[in-house]
Each structure stands twice: as C-alpha cells, then as structure tokens.
Design a protein around this ligand. Sequence first.
Ligand SMILES: C[S@@+](CC[C@H](N)C(=O)[O-])C[C@H]1O[C@@H](n2cnc3c(N)ncnc32)[C@H](O)[C@@H]1O
Length: 389
Amino acid sequence: MNKWPMPDKNRRRLFNLLLSFFKGELKEDFFHDSPYRKFYRKIYFETFKHLGFIQYILTSYLKKETPIESIAALTLGTAQILFLSDIPEYAAVNESVNLVKGKQKSLVNAVLRRIASNKEAILKQYSILYDFPEYFIDRWKNKFNNQEDFEKFLKSIHEKPEYYLLEVDTLKPTPYFEDFDKKRYYPMDINSQRIPLLYEVKNPQKILDCCAAPGGKTIILSKKYPESKITAMDKSRERLILLKNNIKNFSLENVTPILADFLDYKFNEKFDFILLDAPCTSLGTIRKHPEVVWLKNDKDINKMSKIQKRFLDKALSLLNNNGILIYSVCSLEKEEGINNINYIINKYKNVKLLKPTIPLNSEEKDFFYTPFHLSKGDGFFAAVLTKTE
Ligand SMILES: C[S@@+](CC[C@H](N)C(=O)[O-])C[C@H]1O[C@@H](n2cnc3c(N)ncnc32)[C@H](O)[C@@H]1O
C-alpha cells in the first residue's frame, strides 16, 4: 500500500468525485487508471460502502445550510476516521481541512475532531441497514425469511470483490493477477463469462450480439463459434473503438462490428443465435462499484425495464424459427429480469423459455441468477428463449 499522506493530486480527485456526487453529476467510477489505485480505491470503497451511515452521523453534527464542499470533505474524513484504521486520525482531519477554503476549514476541522473523539460511541450505532438507500432496503427486505438472512445478504455486498480474467483461447476463468499477458487474457467478471455459454447452440450460422461493446461476450462467442458469422453492434462510438481493439487484439476474424442504434437499425437478415446483453441499471455491479446504488432509484429501474422490453421485442423479430435468444442484464431487480421474461412469454405464444444447458449454481432453476450472497461475481440475471413457427 502507498504511504500516507496520499499525493495531493489524488486526494483532490477523490474530493472532486464526492463533490460531483453531491451535485448529482457523478456518472461513473473513474478510478481505474491511477498509479495510486490501491490506496485511493480503498478510501473510495469505504466512503461509498458506508455513505448512508456517514450521512446519518454527519446530519447530527451539521446545520442545514452546510456548503457542499464541506459535506464532501467531511464525508471523506469521516470514512477514514470510522472505517480506515490504518490512516492516522490527525492525517484524516488535516487533509480533509486542506480540501476546503476560508471559513469552511474551521467547520471541517471542528466536526471531524468531534467525530474522532466520539468514534467508539458512533460505531456502536452502526448497522449495515444504514449503508443502503431506502429504496434498495425496501426492495430486498421482504425477499428473506428473517432479519438475520437479510443482513447477511447486505453484508455479502460489502465483501471484497473478486476480479477475474478470461483466458481467451480456452474460455476459462482465471483469478486476476497483475501484469497479465494482454494477448492471452481479457479482464472479465466470472459470472459475465458464463452468459454467452449458457446454452449450447448447434452450429449457428449467423449470430447477432446486439449490445456488444466493449466486447467481452463477443470474444467468447467468436472463439466458441468460429464457423459462425457474428454481427456485433453498439451505439456508442467510444465503446465500439474498444470492441474493434478487442477484435484486432484477439484476431476475431468472424466478427463484423457495426456502429448503430439497435432499436432503429434496419436489418435485412435474421439470426440463429442472438445475445441481448441489454443496457441496464448496473445494480448488479455494486460490489465493484458501490456508488451505483446511490446513483439509481425505483424510477430508473422502471425506465430501464421499459427500454429492455423494446430491445426484447426487436431481438425476437430478428430471430429465426428455432433460434436461440439469450437475454442478460447485470441487475438482480425483478423488473429488469424475470418480469421482462414473463412479459415476453405472455405476449408471444410461440416464444418459450429454455433451461440453460450449463450447470446452474443459482437459486432459480430455469434461468441464470447470481445474487450477491450466493456468488462472488457480479449480480446477473439471464434467460434463454426460443421461438417456434
Ligand atoms: C451491458 S453493456 C454491453 C457489454 C458487452 N456485451 C460486453 O460483454 O462487453 C450494454 C451496451 O449497450 C449499448 N447500447 C445501449 N443502447 C443501445 C442501443 N440502442 N443500440 C445499441 N447498443 C446500445 C451500450 O453502449 C453498452 O455498450
């Protein structure tokens, strides 16, 4: 681990991240690229994991009109004092004070000193239930028979995420290691790797990967079905560049990338196998991206669910009879998963749910489902559909 104090640039970056979060402008975790990654990711993780509890504590120390810069600095400081015991308290206080200007310095200093001296009493109030937004607690609490199991589920979200690589030639998952050979391995979540392989498709001639970029699943489709012609579409220009890099890097000769909006694009062919790895809320990735749970809400889930239905309708219209459609989302919310499948099955009498052909280690028998307490990887839902005449 890098030594404290953290270089000023990175401390400021964390502060800016929190600031954009409180302003409602944060879009994604941009902490992948720093040489100080290990250290500041640790602070970033503890801050977002415990954001609910930290806000609850801070509310009792603050007046209503506290400037947003102070809230951001106090949030970072409190996370370090309460949850990162290897950072000296004086450093957590001083460095947080340095993040703000003028009168705000004395406010941040006073509040953090009080929090540091009350640390023990504060931590006695801690409960995992504070760490998640209300909408998330409401969605999940009734899925468990008792409070203990529910809390176990929440704690499993806070477990250290495990990172994996895909060994491209063998299609085997390998635990992540530093300085891996980029021509041989591709970083990819362990559950994500299983999705294109959920169903053994017999000699598909034409495959469509509707939302393909950056291309993890395209790599798997290409290696698993080398004789097939694969169309890999994505509407994001930046992400399609990443897909093209992967096509080149792993010599995926049977893949044609297309920059287009899947919902608008006029296809003049049908497909034997379609992978619809649909855009989603990404709420299944909160172990690796703890900010996501704070950036989404019920409205976003319902909005995504509606869009996903449109993707499913269109994908089915492009599927040959007896073709296979795999639908997947990195979300465990029922609106994005099973409800969408039920919608499709009720709407089309000629569409059937098929059991995945790979062994499932899931709670559900008919589809792929990887809730946090049962899996080390991301939370995915995936189902296999077929269409008859
Ligand atoms: C879950 S990600 C796909 C991940 C990818 N399958 C992989 O394994 O690397 C969803 C993708 O859908 C793309 N997308 C969103 N709306 C789209 C649309 N209307 N048409 C095509 N692609 C879209 C996004 O740009 C994003 O790359």
